[in-house]
Design a protein around this ligand. Sequence first.
Ligand code: 4AD
Ligand code: MG
Length: 463
Amino acid sequence: MTTRRIVDLLRHGQPDETVTIQGWVRTKREQKEFTFVEINDGSSMSGLQAILNQDLPGYAEAVRKLNTGASVAIDGVLVPSPGKGQRIELQATSVTVYGEADAETYPLQKKRHSFEFLRDIAHLRARTNTIGAVFRVRNACSTAIHQFFQERGFLWVHTPIISANDCEGAGELFTITTMDLKQVPKTDAGEIDYSQDFFGRRAFLTVSGQLEAEIMAMAFSNVYTFGPTFRAENSNTSRHLAEFWMVEPEMAFCDLVGNMDLAEAFLKHIFRYVLEHCPEDMEFFNQRIDNSVLATANNIINNEFERITYTDAIGMLEKADRKFEFPVSWGLDLQSEHERYLAEELFKKPVIVTDYPAQIKAFYMRLSDDEKTVRAMDILAPKIGEIVGGSQREERLDVLQRRIQQLGLPEEDLWWYLDLRRFGTVPHAGFGLGFERVVQFMTGMTNIRDVIPFPRTPLNAEF
Ligand code: 4AD
Ligand code: MG
């Protein structure tokens, strides 16, 4: 007999079908002559209820072992369920317990646990309703992302995790080394001698695949990356991780407007896909986590994003009828409180802010004719703040070289990046979507640590 997934049985199972299920016990209710056990195999929020009658061979032992958390295979026959909220249930004909879970020490008890507590048991938390739903939605978001780009002819390119460049220029790099830290080789000048390190130079975990994606876009026109990125930002917030996933499309023959249009269509597609493929999980988030989740999703899908310039945004923040903790003035970066004010309170929908001051943005962004601003764009989302960061890229060799020199960046390390402007340069643009932030936005989960299976944050790399 082949095992059936519980989601499949709940949707399509018919009375009198003989089936096997395998999974973990969520609850057990012992009655006089029979016992109900609810089995979950992770395929859906709802489990399947199995009924074990006392005439089942090995009944007493099976019931004793089937505590919450135990793993089991059950053969049986589907029958219509008289119970509320379920169409069918499983009349067990044989039960195999793979592994018991001690009722006293199994950490996931029936009561509601705090997310903080669940983070400490990240090896078990995927078996809970909320975290289970999060990871199913996360999976659906990934599928939606690939579907969106593949349908449009974008090539998925794999950019390296080990890199020698600091794309964002923010100095938030994790150095990787195989040097003996007790005996680090030094140069005559007393500095660390990275020429003796594994790569013969200093290397890092990548903060972004963008520069390599640009290389690929100069051959394939439209590409995207989707992978982990790393930032040694010492920020302990509900929106920052030291290891997070980023999606970075890069398009040749594209300007900032094309970039914004793609980003907006992209976000709408992800929301539409998840609503269609995870209705039960999304309903759960709406009921139990944040009762605006479904309205937000529909709002995203059905409304155009607001588009304003940074200069307009500063004007609006200066006129706001409230005090901000951080100062607002042309030339200063927007803080998360400012971003949230614009998206959450003023426009009540995602806002695309463009044309930021050059001095607060990365070296690769295209300088505008005013020489003060760059063709940058950030998408700000209600409750999250910045969810997408992108720009049109500087395709002019001389302007790019000037920017690199002004910022004091090592031009010799970027020789290959400059070569792209020497040989067949084209206008091009792209953006990065913070994958965990979109899952947060979608589910209403307030802490980013609860939307990635194994969060890495300052002082935390367990599991
Ligand atoms: O704005 P960022 O730094 O942009 C880039 O890295 C560009 N190279 C992207 C590109 O144009 N190809 O990061 C992009 C997005 C942010 O908008 C945010 O959503 C997310 O990545 N992000 C983080 N998410 C979680 N934890 C962090 N520490 C993050 N830092 C950025
Ligand atoms: Mg950014």
